[in-house]
Design a protein around this ligand. Structure first.
Ligand code: IMP
Ligand code: MG
Length: 419
């Protein structure tokens, strides 16, 4: 694909996360000048395979593994400084350059404190008593965003100066939970190591655009987990849809000219919440094993299901998707038939509906109507796509009205085709 000069392209997940955005961003980053994370935190886990080696990025934009681009973490992200520093060191140890010339961290990104992680776990424990557990990743991401909304969370700017950080904590002593003298000292040390990377990323991104550079924005999680438009309250704590992504970086929204939605050829969900697409065993466990569907951050087994076209059509509208990337169709190779959800049956009325459920009660009361297409024995051979897989793609395109632009047929960079 050609990324546009002086414009931004956005890659976002159109399911429940783990669609394979990491691989796509890695592939596209070869062309990009600056690759940016715009929301979320280390709840994200992006798996990328390079030369037979698996690398998982959490806070680091996936572009870091391509040599010619710079990367940035925007103001919309929440950062656990310990995790970020460990990730910088891990990637440096693999032989990649992660210097302050290459990685830029916005001074306004909020900081995840031990307090936020403790609160995340405490809230989940409380919720589990009422069977309302969200199944968060436990990384403190939600409480850190809440804390930002309360205007109490320190930002990277505030932790960079020990006196300032101490004063900040003294003014809001509840934030000190889990921060004893030793941990606080470690915090200062980590902050000092991160200091050279901390900048005004909005200026860097806008300069890149005005100089004709190619920006790539990397969404985390997936639109079904958007805090406003997902299966609330079983969602993550940030906005993920395209309209919010420019704001997580500080660029004008009209600069985002390509919006690439990413899906798997089937679907997965990790954590709790409604998931009408979910399959049961033995098919589910077969698909999970074939696709290695275990959380890259938490190791939890992911629930698996067919592709939900009803949800995808809705999300393609609210995101203004300009192209669709379909990942992991190779996982389905060999199945006699492959399902896709084309409507829901509402159990309360016994009627079919094709609209997107809006409340948790709606979600819990729909069951999927599944249509099947013939399966494929391979995705492509010598760049020729299997005819049954072409039919599958056509069905998606007709249903949602968005063209497929990329198909992935394996984990490696080379296993994919631009259409
Ligand atoms: P939190 O983001 O840790 O608060 O978790 C809220 C929900 O989002 C849970 O269902 C998590 O499993 C899910 N979640 C958060 N980040 C990701 C991700 O990167 N991939 C998939 N699911 C995620
Ligand atoms: Mg993931």
């Amino acid at each position: 694909m050609n990324l546009k000069c002086g414009a931004a392209s956005l890659v976002i997940g159109m399911q429940y996360g783990d669609e394979g955005k990491g691989k796509l961003v890695d592939v596209l980053a070869e062309e990009a000048d600056l690759v940016c994370r715009v929301q979320g935190g280390n709840n994200a886990g992006h798996t990328i395979w390079v030369d037979g080696k698996k690398i998982i990025t959490q806070l680091m934009p996936s572009g870091i593994l391509q040599k010619n681009c710079r990367v940035a973490i925007g103001a919309g992200v929440v950062i656990d400084p310990f995790v970020l520093l460990a990730e910088i060191k891990k990637i440096q140890a693999l032989g990649y350059e992660v210097s302050p010339e290459r990685l830029h961290i916005d001074c306004r990104a909020s900081v995840i404190l031990p307090y936020h992680k403790l609160l995340d776990q405490k809230r989940e424990l409380e919720r589990s008593k009422n069977s309302e557990k969200i199944g968060t990743t436990g990384k403190g991401v939600g409480p850190a965003y809440a804390s930002r909304a309360y205007r109490e969370a320190p930002r990277m700017a505030e932790i960079s100066n020990p006196t300032q950080f101490k004063n900040w904590l003294d003014a809001q002593p509840h934030l000190k939970e889990g921060l004893d003298a030793q941990v606080l000292n470690e915090f200062f040390e980590v902050a000092a190591e991160l200091l050279p990377y901390i900048k005004d990323v909005a200026v860097i991104a806008n300069n890149c655009l005005s100089q004709g550079g190619k920006l790539l924005l990397e969404g985390a999680q997936g639109a079904m987990l958007d805090v406003s438009f997902g299966t609330y309250p079983f969602v993550t704590s940030s906005n993920l849809i395209s309209g919010s992504c420019a704001g997580g970086l500080g660029i004008p929204p009209w600069k985002v000219t390509k919006i690439i939605g990413v899906i798997k050829a089937y679907s997965t969900r990790v954590g709790n919440g409604p998931y009408p697409a979910e399959l049961s065993d033995p098919l589910a466990s077969e698909l999970r094993t074939r696709g290695n569907e275990f959380g890259s951050v938490t190791g939890r087994p992911r629930s698996v299901g067919w592709l939900d076209l009803v949800a995808l059509r809705y999300l393609s509208i609210i995101n203004g998707m300009t192209g669709l990337a379909i990942m992991k169709a190779d996982v389905l190779a060999g199945f006699d038939r492959v399902g896709m959800i084309t409507a829901y049956k509402d159990k309360r009325t016994n009627k079919n509906r094709e609209d997107y459920p809006m409340t948790i009660q709606d979600w819990e009361n729909v069951e999927p109507i599944v249509e099947f297409v013939e399966g494929w024995s391979y995705v492509m051979k010598e760049n020729k796509v299997h005819k049954n897989y072409v039919q599958f793609l056509k069905k998606i395109e007709n249903f949602i009205g968005v063209p497929s632009i990329y198909i992935s047929a394996g984990a490696e960079r080379s296993a994919g085709l631009w259409l």
